[in-house]
Design a protein around this ligand. Structure first.
Ligand code: G1P
Length: 298
């Protein structure tokens, strides 16, 4: 049985070069899907899963992120004066109480595994979540909550998993499946960004993890892997077999958007726009119009 998961690490130190020039001055995680920054989707998902402590691994130039989660007394007063209760409510979800959030600097870009390792002193002998805000998941029950519920049964370490086309496997961590139980699989191997044609399956790791604290011990020991970086995948793989607590893949119910890519970001913008009562009709009308006019022009 898995212990309660109350802490989550959010690695947000990446430079976001794929979104230059915007990311020259705006952290990628602050870029908005409709009207909420990417990172807000991750925070909301974490809260729904029972997370109480939020640990951000940041880097130079991410100051806007810290401000985003701060209280904004002047703005709040102004909104109160104007009777804008709804906006005040929206702002409440962005505030963090003192001690609820911590920021750790990753001084050098040595990889995802290294970013997680930077937070090691804030995690004790307890399981913890890792959330990559680039992976935005639309789901009736938030993805991490689905995983926390499944984890209560399994313990060990768990990664969100999703089938990807064979020619995309080299962009992901890929699971070597031992026993396929449907929504859950037990894992006998994991490989980060396998060379084309060498992937053990097409079941890919998506950026939601519930990890055993043993992972930090492995991160202490492993050498750089794919792309010359310290890979989280390699550390998790060490939990398989032997004295490890085991690794499970969890096929979540929901739609994942890769907001680390421009195409994924645009798709997510459209999907989340269509999901909004106040925007749906206008947006749908517009989309229908452009599709029709493109068809007519063919
Ligand atoms: C990271 C992980 C990879 C995982 C992916 C999911 O890769 O290293 O295992 O499949 O996130 O989005 P990145 O996309 O940061 O290169």
């Amino acid at each position: 049985m898995g212990k309660k998961v109350t802490k989550a690490i959010f690695p947000v130190a990446g430079m976001g070069t794929r979104f230059l020039p915007a990311t020259k001055s705006v952290p990628k995680e602050i870029m908005t899907l409709v009207d909420r920054p990417l990172v807000q989707y991750a925070i909301d998902e974490a809260r729904a899963a029972g997370i109480k402590e939020f640990i951000f691994v940041t880097s130079r130039g991410k100051g806007a992120l810290e401000d985003y989660f701060d209280h904004a007394p002047q703005l709040e007063q102004e909104l109160k004066k104007k009777g804008k209760e709804e906006l005040l409510e929206t702002l409440k979800n962005t505030n963090m109480d003192s001690g609820e959030i911590a920021y750790i600097r990753q001084h050098r870009a040595l990889g995802l595994g290294h970013a997680v390792w930077c937070a090691r002193r804030l995690i004790h002998n307890e399981p913890f979540a890792v959330m990559l805000p680039d992976d935005v998941i639309a789901a009736e029950k938030p993805c991490l909550q689905q995983m926390v519920e499944a984890y209560e049964e399994t313990g060990g370490s768990m990664v969100a998993a999703m089938e990807v086309p064979a020619n995309k496997a080299s962009s992901y961590g890929i699971l070597d499946v031992d026993n396929d139980m449907g929504s859950m699989v037990s894992v006998k191997g994991m490989v980060e960004k396998p060379a084309e044609g060498t992937a053990p399956s097409n079941l890919a790791v998506i950026g939601r993890y519930i990890l055993s604290p043993n992972i930090f011990r492995h991160l202490n020991q492993i050498k750089s892997g794919a792309g010359g970086e310290i890979q989280l995948t390699d550390a998790i793989a060490r939990e398989i077999g032997g004295e490890g607590d085991g690794v499970y893949g969890y096929r979540f119910r929901g739609q994942r958007f890769d907001c680390g890519s421009k195409a994924g970001f645009l798709q997510a913008t459209v999907a989340f726009g269509l999901a909004r009562d106040d925007l749906r009709d206008d947006l749908e009308g517009y989309l229908n119009e452009i599709v029709a006019s493109r068809k007519a022009a063919e």
